[in-house]
Design a protein around this ligand. Structure first.
Ligand code: K1U
Ligand code: ZN
Length: 179
């Protein structure tokens, strides 16, 4: 990735927040402002730490997410920046993964999704890319595209489980606000 200046950690919004429920707008052009946002999001994701981060989680209503599902700290990182991502194919086979979300800290639940997907997107260079993802990469890409459509992993759970988690997050936000 080209060097575009110092990166800044951006605060991650915590559920419930109306900005996490919005359908994000497509990116008309990959501008320098968006490249800076993407670099900040990668820095914020690695710092959290997490394997993905979507623009609405940092208050940007744009169709952009970043991911790097290499969890081994000894392995070379593989950061990917995706603008206007679209799922072009999903496998019949499904997979259950215990998902987490940086906007719903310390809460995990099993979610079933297609095991493999093909995703098309615009890269930092403005060119179209398309790739096949499996394993955590496939789960993460679907989780992040859900964020761009205002959907959270808890939306797949029963109303009771969702309400329990939402109440915990309301308390967490109250406690953080009190300091
Ligand atoms: O979108 C997000 O909130 C990020 C989220 C992505 C994700 C995780 C698991 C399944 C699907 C999508 C996270 O990164 S949660 C944190 C996490 O998974 C993790 C944290 C430390 C090391 C490795 C992974
Ligand atoms: Zn999330």
């Amino acid at each position: 990735m080209a060097y575009i200046g110092p990166m800044t950690l951006r605060p991650i919004l915590i559920h419930p927040d109306p900005r996490l429920k919005k359908v994000c707008d497509p990116v008309a052009e990959v501008t320098d402002e968006l490249r800076v946002a993407a670099a900040d999001m990668l820095e914020t994701m690695y710092d959290a730490p997490g394997v993905g981060l979507a623009a609405p989680q940092v208050g940007l209503t744009k169709r952009l997410f970043v991911m790097d599902c290499i969890k081994d700290p000894e392995a070379a990182p593989r950061p990917i920046v995706l603008f206007n991502p679209e799922i072009t194919w999903t496998s019949e086979a499904r997979n259950v993964y215990e998902e987490g979300c940086l906007s719903i800290p310390e809460q995990y639940a099993e979610v079933e999704r297609p095991a493999e997907v093909r995703v098309r997107w615009l890269g930092l260079d403005g060119a179209t890319h398309e790739e096949h993802f499996a394993g955590l990469w496939a789960t993460c890409a679907q989780h992040e595209i859900d964020h761009l459509d205002g959907r959270l992993f808890i939306d797949y759970l029963s109303p009771l489980k969702r309400q329990l988690i939402t109440r915990k997050m309301e308390k967490l936000k109250r406690d953080r606000a009190r300091g």
